[in-house]
Design a binder for this molecule. Structure first.
Ligand SMILES: C[S@@+](CC[C@H](N)C(=O)[O-])C[C@H]1O[C@@H](n2cnc3c(N)ncnc32)[C@H](O)[C@@H]1O
Length: 235
């Protein structure tokens, strides 16, 4: 990881390193596993992220953000698969993976030869996990905890966003950001399994994948996930 870590990210990275190094196993532990649809990428994931979260909160003695980074989300899995299946999409380009979680999509972009990969997530644990996961896959990802949603995305050629329409406040901020960045001529790709806040009418499909689900609290074991991009808007 290239960026200097802030205090919360440093503390999170230390906690994750302790977790990974601790002896023993169980569903509430982190394990380095191949990702179901993207076995080229190994991630530190929790078999049961809710149990992991409960134990970490009990140890810390205070609330911690939900560990979205401890699962490979269906939208991110499909987007990472798409990049690896179409290596020219990211090769040689400056890439930003928004709301990176585990870093799966960013790592896939790096594996296909992106010139530079940045990743953003507001959860310091996610930023720490991206560093550990990038190291495990021997790639460089520059992760930041800075919230970029009110910016123009910076110097990038390709913006990626896996599973970002999972709640209303996030969807309301992400869509204008994606459209603003696409409006500057940047390629934008989204991976989404039909979440409730997906703005269908503002996006057009690019590809479809069937993704084995590893998410907590999902009943179906396979989800249909679309890769989409913002529609060009008149004017
Ligand atoms: C459902 S997870 C998806 C993670 C990853 N993209 C994937 O597909 O596996 C959504 C992520 O968005 C992050 N997030 C929420 N608000 C954000 C913001 N304003 N900027 C960047 N990330 C954000 C959360 O911390 C979480 O890691």
């Amino acid at each position: 990881m290239l960026a200097e870590m802030d205090g919360p990210t440093r503390d999170a990275a230390a906690a994750l390193r302790r977790e990974i190094g601790a002896p023993g196993g169980g569903p509430d532990r982190l394990r380095l596993l191949p990702t179901p649809l993207v076995p080229e990428v190994r991630l530190h994931v929790a078999e049961d992220a809710i149990l992991w979260w409960a134990r970490m909160e009990a140890d810390a003695g205070h609330r911690l953000p939900a560990p979205y980074w401890a699962s490979a989300w269906a939208g991110g899995q499909a987007l990472a698969r798409y990049l690896l299946d179409h290596p020219r999409v990211a090769a040689g380009r400056r890439v930003l993976d928004l709301a990176t979680g585990s870093g799966l999509v960013a790592i896939a972009a790096a594996l296909t030869g992106a010139a530079r990969v940045q990743a953003s997530d507001i959860d310091p644990y996610a930023v720490a996990a991206v560093g550990l996961n990038a190291d495990a896959n021997r790639v460089a990802v520059d992760a930041t905890a800075t919230d970029l949603l009110d910016t123009d995305g910076g110097d990038v050629d390709l913006l990626l966003a896996g599973d970002v329409f999972y709640d209303r406040p996030m969807a309301d901020r992400v869509l204008p950001f994606l459209e603003r960045v696409a409006g500057r001529g940047v390629d934008v790709l989204v991976g989404d399994p039909g979440r409730g806040y997906l703005p269908e009418e503002r996006l057009e499909p690019v590809a479809v994948y069937r993704v084995p689900s590893t998410e907590p609290a999902v009943e179906s074991s396979v989800r249909q996930v679309r890769i989409m991009r913002p529609r060009r808007r008149p004017g």
